[in-house]
Design a protein around this ligand. Structure first.
Ligand SMILES: *Cc1c(COP(=O)(O)O)cnc(C)c1O
Length: 379
């Protein structure tokens, strides 16, 4: 919609949220994180990543995540450069032995399946697909060595349980893409062997890193496949190299120190607020406010029909076709309330609103007031 077609609606400034960022990633960074970043500069930023000050920041992130997720004994926090997208290739090389099973329920979950299908050293994956907005279930299969699905499919707002597959074998790993779920949704880490994510969603930092909590079985698989002769593992994509570096609070190549600092601040903040249980309660509350609002407005319908599959961190709401959702999102954007457009490739007349832990109830209440104002004006 171009500016000429935009409806002339002014949202009273007293309705606006204190922070208008509701994006599903990159997501809002709290001002206190930015202040901490400035306070740390130039003492840490701009110094060697092989020396104690930067290694301490990596250590802070690794220890903080271990405290936040309290995994069983023997799990390790591993990290490297490249974001979650890099981790799909790293896993296709370093965690899938021969064949994987994927739940495909949207754009992000499809991307890992595309990688394993294209990998010349792997057999074609088993793919269990579902219509966008719905949730498929994994099925025990003797023919796979990895089960993969997302904790939260960010493109559709569907949330999946993180639990071992009934009837699965002991040597079959569960890999969960928790890029948008991690830190915002409670999880029992004993149910998963590789719980991987990036810093720019619940951890309110910048993109570019991947982090994975890895079980002893996953660490053992990485070590086994590092010696495999059926595949070339580029150094940048070597999981074993990342594990070895992480154990020393380092990364293979230079990391973005600012990203690590912002993330460390957010983890400490979450722990101060009450940890993962607190974050889970907050995102239930804020996403619940949006669903209650959808129930009140006849023009708004949750995209995810099954209430149990509705995400706590990314709420997708269809807008009745009589109203152009882009008129709503563009009007809000003009007022500094941004990034509630739907996932582009989904192509729906929709609002997509993230309620990561950094988003307080007060801002969601204000967003709802703004949406009411715009919908009433359009209606
Ligand atoms: C954002 C997102 C990704 C991509 O993360 P990058 O760090 O940009 O590679 C992958 N999976 C899910 C579920 C996401 O939400």
């Amino acid at each position: 919609m171009n500016a000429a077609q935009l409806p002339d609606i002014t949202i009273p400034s007293d309705l606006l949220p204190a922070d208008g960022r509701f994006g599903s990633g990159p997501s809002r960074v709290r001002p206190a994180q930015m202040d901490a970043l400035l306070a740390a500069n130039p003492g840490i930023i701009g110094t060697s990543h092989r020396q104690a000050p930067v290694k301490d920041v990596v250590g802070r992130v690794r220890r903080g995540l271990a405290e936040l997720f309290s995994p069983p004994e023997g799990y390790e926090v591993v990290l490297g450069n490249g974001g979650s997208t890099a981790f799909w290739d790293i896993a296709a090389l370093g965690l899938v032995r021969r064949r994987s099973q994927h739940l495909v329920l949207g754009e992000f979950s499809s991307k890992f399946a595309v990688e394993t299908a294209a990998a010349p050293h792997l057999e074609d994956p088993e793919v269990i697909s579902a219509q966008p907005g719905t949730l498929p279930a994994p099925v025990a299969s003797a023919d796979v060595d990895v089960y993969a699905w997302p904790h939260n499919e960010t493109s559709t707002g569907v949330m999946a349980p993180v639990q071992r597959v009934a009837g699965a074998g002991a040597d079959q790993l569960v890999l969960v893409d928790a890029t948008s779920g991690a830190g915002g949704i409670a999880v029992d880490m004993g149910q998963v062997d590789g719980y991987y994510f990036a810093p720019q969603k619940s951890f309110a930092s910048d993109g570019g890193l991947w982090i994975s909590l890895m079980s002893p079985a996953a660490l053992e698989r990485a070590s086994e496949l590092a010696a495999a002769t059926d595949r070339w593992i580029p150094a940048f994509l070597s999981l074993q190299t990342a594990i070895d570096n992480s154990r020393k609070d380092q990364t293979l190549n230079t990391p973005a120190v600012a990203t690590l600092l912002l993330m460390a601040e957010q983890i400490d903040w979450m722990l101060e607020q009450g940890g993962l249980a607190w974050a889970d309660a907050r995102t239930r509350s804020t996403s619940g406010m949006l669903h209650a609002w959808a129930e009140r407005r006849e023009e708004i319908t949750p995209f995810v029909a099954d209430p149990a599959a509705r995400s706590q961190v990314v709420t997708t709401l269809d807008v009745d076709e009589r109203i152009d959702a882009t008129a709503v999102t563009a009007t809000l954007r003009r007022h500094g309330v941004v990034d509630i457009e739907p996932y582009r490739k989904l192509g729906r007349n929709q609002l997509r609103i993230a309620t990561f832990p950094a988003v307080p109830e007060s801002d969601v209440a204000a967003l709802i007031a703004c949406l009411d104002h715009v919908l009433d004006a359009l209606g």
